[in-house]
Design a protein around this ligand. Structure first.
Ligand code: AMP
Length: 301
């Protein structure tokens, strides 16, 4: 696709004005919030936004309030020039790249919390994370105005929280969730994959492999919660990955099933695991998502 003219806004006032202008004459706006360090997963979201709207805006903001004190805020990869080039090629026209002071003006006190959904899965391991996400996304939605906002199912818990806040706060935003884009070897694309050494990258493949095995067991009729999740936990451990959690949960409420429970037609398997010092997340909704295709361990080394 020919690169489009792309405008980068540093101030929220200019971005807000540009979004309003983009909608003039009844045109629709698509919106893709990101933290930058873009990869093919993000560009897929831009393509989907283009299908929903005549104009597409993207935000690039490494949001300080969603990082814990011992997390990777300072070292999170940042490369605005490269990101803008990729976005231009993907057909986005408006980019918001604000400073933290623009997004969090001095003296600000407001936070958005979606109760319940943030308490499971990643919640206990990243205190304040989803409050930071919900707050920044609410601010971004307020800036973009009426739009179709596209998010990835890679961050499934985040997606469910954003769907709920848009609905509960009566925001004029349609939230669309897109399947996880994976590398050819099955690993979910993530800006944080850049932290992995070659050996860690290989070991990380235990994640999509274990998700694929759970999907195969489910397809073969296994609906026992423990029977589905225990082999996955064991496979992560065998690959030397240290899981914060690996749970099988209700795909809407995100509450984990008890070990003795039998799951229904859909069940979310979600995990966060450290590969070296890099925390990776992945998930699959059994009965809904296409399972990752991964070569067996012996073939990929
Ligand atoms: P981030 O990587 O945190 O900047 O995420 C920005 C958006 O891209 C979020 O909606 C993510 O869920 C989405 N995203 C990140 N990785 C992927 C992926 N591999 N496939 C699809 N969407 C993704």
């Amino acid at each position: 696709m020919p690169a489009r003219n792309i405008e980068v806004f540093r101030t929220i006032a200019d971005f807000r004005r540009a979004c309003e202008k983009a909608r003039s004459g009844g045109a629709r706006l698509g919106f893709v919030p990101t933290m930058g360090a873009l990869h093919a997963g993000h560009l897929h979201l831009v393509e989907v936004a283009r299908r929903h709207a005549e104009h597409v805006a993207v935000s690039i903001f490494v949001n300080p309030t969603q990082f814990g004190p011992n997390e990777d805020f300072a070292k999170y990869p940042r490369n605005l020039e490269r990101d803008v080039e990729l976005l231009s090629g993907a057909g986005a026209e408006l980019v918001l790249a604000p400073t933290p002071e623009e997004m969090y003006p001095p003296g600000e006190k407001t936070r958005v919390r979606v109760s319940g959904l943030g308490e499971h899965l990643c919640g206990p391991f990243r205190p304040g994370h989803f409050e930071g996400v919900a707050t920044v996304v609410t601010k971004l939605f307020a800036l973009a105005g009426p739009c179709t906002a596209v998010f990835g199912r890679k961050d499934y818990q985040q997606l469910k929280i954003i769907e709920r806040l848009a609905r509960d706060l009566l925001l004029p935003v349609k939230v669309v969730g897109e399947p996880t884009v994976r590398d050819v070897d099955g690993l979910a694309l993530s800006s944080r994959n850049a932290y992995l050494s070659a050996d860690e990258r290989k070991r990380a493949l235990a994640i999509p492999r274990a998700l694929g095995a759970a999907a195969a067991a489910f397809a073969a009729g296994e609906h026992g919660a423990a029977q589905l999740i225990e082999p996955l936990r064991a496979a992560l451990g065998a690959a030397g990955l240290r899981a914060d959690y690996a749970d099988i949960a209700d795909p809407e409420e995100l509450s984990p099933f008890a070990a003795g429970a039998r799951v229904g037609e859909r069940a979310l398997i979600a995990l966060a695991a450290f590969c070296g010092t890099t925390r990776l997340i992945d998930n699959l909704v059994l009965g809904e998502d296409v399972a990752p295709m991964v070569a067996p361990a012996s073939e990929s080394g």
